[in-house]
Design a protein around this ligand. Structure first.
Ligand SMILES: O=C(O)CCC(=O)C(=O)O
Ligand SMILES: [Fe+2]
Length: 250
């Protein structure tokens, strides 16, 4: 069991998965235009790992199925098309190719992360309003102090991986990092402050899961070694998983 990939849909079966008691606040969310995107927050379960870094929180399945599909579409089509001038991407946007099978792999917004220097640009572009509102909703429900200032949308096929790294370019490491998963499941590995420190804990990230990296886990090494295929398509051509990763920089 200890080496199993942890599946939060079956959280009760692991002795080291602990439910955290959060004081859930629904008022802001109930007045938000995104209200019906979410499963009733009173049903949300917040988990942490006794054998993982402190402050790692997983809240499984926070979106309704319908809204998770809407968000997948929005992150793949609407946002790249509508906010083209505010985004940076690995490909020129808007692209003429069929988006699902295109080489689109990432988009940044807000303060753009420079992948070579690992320093954020000084200039801040606007963040798509739906994404700002999404963060406001989640943070008000969980009463987190967090301001969305930068973000990355990661696009994965079933052949994509993300190598071990720490997200340390932000100046403020006290603010949490919010990570939303859509589409096919992935395995997420999380370790400690050193690249080879153990334990390294494998967890499944499913469609609609919210992962929060706070406290010790905010600066922990993590990676995506595996993305699962969708509908038996193993071609590696189709984008099947989208991760929306939002940070506070200052
Ligand atoms: O795709 C994921 O779940 C993780 C993405 C990530 O770690 C990052 O963008 O820094
Ligand atoms: Fe990361």
């Amino acid at each position: 069991m200890a080496n199993d990939v942890i599946d939060f849909d079956k959280a009760d079966k692991y002795s080291f998965v602990k439910k955290v008691n959060f004081d859930i606040q629904c008022e802001y969310l109930f007045n938000s235009p995104l209200h019906s995107d979410f499963v009733d927050p009173k049903q949300w379960k917040v988990y942490t790992l006794e054998n993982g870094p402190k402050g790692l929180l997983v809240i499984p399945r926070i979106f309704t199925r319908q809204s998770s599909e809407k968000w997948f579409h929005k992150l793949l089509y609407t946002i790249p098309n509508k906010y083209t001038s505010q985004l940076k991407s690995n490909i020129a946007l808007p692209c003429d190719e069929e988006r699902e099978t295109s080489n689109l792999r990432w988009i940044t917004f807000g303060y753009h992360h420079n992948w070579d220097t690992k320093v954020y640009d000084e200039h801040k572009d606007d963040i798509p309003e739906d994404i700002v509102e999404l963060c406001r909703c989640v943070c008000s429900v969980l009463q987190l102090h967090f301001v969305a200032e930068a973000g990355i949308i990661n696009y994965y096929t079933n052949k994509s991986t993300l190598s071990p790294h720490v997200d340390h370019s932000e100046i403020n490491h006290n603010a949490p990092l919010l990570s939303f998963s859509f589409g096919s499941a992935a395995i997420f590995l999380i370790g400690g402050r050193e690249r080879y420190s153990s334990p390294i804990v494998p967890i499944y990230l499913h469609n609609s899961d919210l992962l929060i990296m706070s406290e010790e886990s905010r600066l922990s090494f993590h990676a995506i070694p595996k993305v699962f295929a969708n509908n038996n398509d193993y071609s590696g051509k189709k984008i099947t998983r989208i991760n929306l990763n939002i940070r506070q920089v200052y």
